[in-house]
Design a protein around this ligand. Structure first.
Ligand code: KIV
Ligand code: ZN
Length: 527
């Protein structure tokens, strides 16, 4: 059994270098410093702060980050070119733990077409680069760019030579996301078997995600003995991105059995806040279904899943949301939600209602709403309960409305209602000054109740394009004031509901019944 120290996996974060190279992700100095502080708080071991030779801004950013980071190592990237190395050395000089990261492509395609150099020259330049870096900084890392596509025996030769030249870390990049887990694992094993001085270095891996296998490849390399993983927050990076830090870290933490007990020093409860920060400063939104930090990573809508989670969280969740910094699992109410989930949300919102009443009075209305809206928000639920409650036993029930309107035309509404205790439905139509007025006139024709509208207010109760409209109105029935409220995703339907609620109230009062009875049943618990 390997010692705990031998199972430690160092986390090298390159959000500020490879991540920032991703289109649309550039950050200014203030933002980079904010991210660097967050990365240190997260507990990453090495922060790659930038590529100093590329611009004055990049140089300044690496220099500034080197000054503020106190615990983590700060790395600056350089090609195996003297002026790159000197510039990077200058930029990280102020760091408590500086590192120079030098790289040179080794694959045949890069040697022949990009660099136009033979193997021998590549070998010489790699060694010279490491030596020059070593003269300026004790901690040197070398990366044979496009290693995954490099001939293994040549790669082994390069790795051996740079270790001899003083590289304390040798990183094996899959620069173009070409590797597959078993082959990449095989390549790392090959290096362990064929590089005689490999024990003098830490083997790192740096995987790109072009085929969506960056995390799987990185983890396969850990199984083969790699002990540094290079990754970015939210998987940011060139093209399809780099391996996502949060996924690697949580895979190691959640499945120690699969990864030989390997561990990292990451404070996992900082993962979500750090992800949000990076998303905010880069403007690159995290996909809802992104593993570990996506909005849906701990959300359940399906009735079966939500019911399972309510009974025992681990039935459908392999990670505790708190362990990654998410306060709690989210039970999303939608058309797949079941009664249990609906009741639970009512309880959380402070409604104390008997189960039978919830099922009979509100669950049907909720399902009806869920068919029309993708996601149901708390305000929707509140509006629904209050609206259902305030209607009380209805003298008239709204079955449907149909409205024809347009500029210059004559707004016409057809309304269908059903009277309490009667079998058939009654339908009538009317015209009006506008579509709402036409609905009201049609209702008056059917019910025989004439109201004088005194106040009509329409507002949106939830956000988004599927927002619910709430209509509140006040009207006079003879000398008495009656009010009504209606909620719907369709404002004309909300108006119809509100007007009918007022008519029902007027009928109820005339019959001497108290509408308060139903209100009392629907008490919102205090506190
Ligand atoms: O993808 C890559 O090869 C790199 C190197 C500079 C490590 O980013
Ligand atoms: Zn890269």
């Amino acid at each position: 059994m390997a010692s705990k120290a031998a199972q430690r996996v160092y986390v090298f974060d390159t959000t500020l270098r490879d991540g920032e190279q991703s289109p649309g992700a550039s950050m200014n100095l203030t933002e980079k410093l904010e991210v660097a502080r967050a990365l240190e708080l997260l507990g990453v071991d090495i922060i790659e702060a930038g590529f100093p030779i590329t611009s004055q801004d990049d140089f300044e950013a690496v220099r500034a980050i080197s000054r503020v980071v106190t615990r983590a190592t700060v790395a600056g990237l350089a090609r195996c070119v003297p002026k790159d190395i000197d510039r990077a050395a200058e930029a990280v000089a102020g760091a408590a733990r500086p590192r120079l990261h030098v790289f040179l492509a080794t694959s045949r395609i890069h040697r022949e077409f990009k660099l136009r150099k033979a193997r021998g020259e590549i070998l010489r330049l790699a060694v010279e680069g490491v030596r020059r870096a070593k003269a300026a900084c004790k901690d040197v890392q070398f990366s044979p760019e496009d290693a995954a596509r490099t001939e293994p025996e040549f790669l082994a030769q390069v790795v051996e030579a740079v270790i001899d030249a003083g590289a304390e870390t040798v990183n094996i990049p899959d620069t173009v996301g070409w590797a597959t887990p078993d082959r990449f694992k095989g390549l790392i094993e090959y290096l362990f078997e064929n590089v005689p001085n490999i024990d003098e270095t830490v083997i790192a891996v740096h995987c790109h995600n072009d085929l969506g296998m960056a995390v799987a490849n990185s983890l396969a390399a850990v199984q083969a003995g790699a002990r540094q993983v290079e990754c970015t927050i939210n998987g940011l990076g060139e093209r399809a991105g780099n391996a996502a830090l949060e996924e690697i870290v949580m895979a190691l933490r959640t499945r120690p059995d699969a990864f030989g007990g390997c561990w990292t020093n990451i404070r996992t409860e900082r993962l979500y806040p750090t992800s949000r920060l990076v998303s905010r400063v880069t403007g690159l939104v995290v996909a809802r279904n992104k593993a570990v930090v996506g909005e849906n990573a701990f959300a359940h809508e399906s009735g079966i899943h939500a019911d399972g989670v309510l009974k025992k969280r681990t039935t459908y969740e392999i990670m505790d949301p708190k362990s990654v910094g998410v306060a709690k699992s989210r039970l999303v109410l939608g058309k797949h939600s079941g009664r249990h989930q609906f009741r639970q949300r009512l309880k959380e919102l402070g409604f104390r209602l008997p189960t039978k009443e919830i099922d009979q009075l509100f669950f049907g209305a909720f399902k009806e709403l869920a068919d029309r809206k993708k996601e149901i928000f708390d305000e929707d639920i509140e509006a629904l309960v209050e609206s259902e409650a305030s209607t009380g036993p209805e003298a008239w029930h709204l079955c449907g409305i149909q409205v024809a309107t347009g500029t210059g035309g004559m707004p016409t509404a057809t309304v269908e209602l059903q009277q309490l205790g009667k079998n058939g439905r009654t339908r009538d139509a009317a015209t009006g000054d506008g579509p709402v007025d036409a609905i009201f006139r049609a209702m008056e024709r059917i019910t025989g109740i004439r109201l004088t509208l005194r106040d009509y207010q329409l507002r949106s109760v939830t956000g988004g394009k599927e927002a619910q409209g709430e209509v509140r109105l006040e009207a006079l029935c003879g000398k008495q004031t009656v009010s009504g409220r209606g909620v719907s995703t369709d404002v004309l339907e909300a108006s119809a509901k509100a007007y009918l609620a007022a008519i029902n109230r007027a009928i109820s009062r005339a019959a001497g019944r108290s509408v308060r009875r139903s209100k009392k049943r629907v008490g919102k618990a205090k506190g």
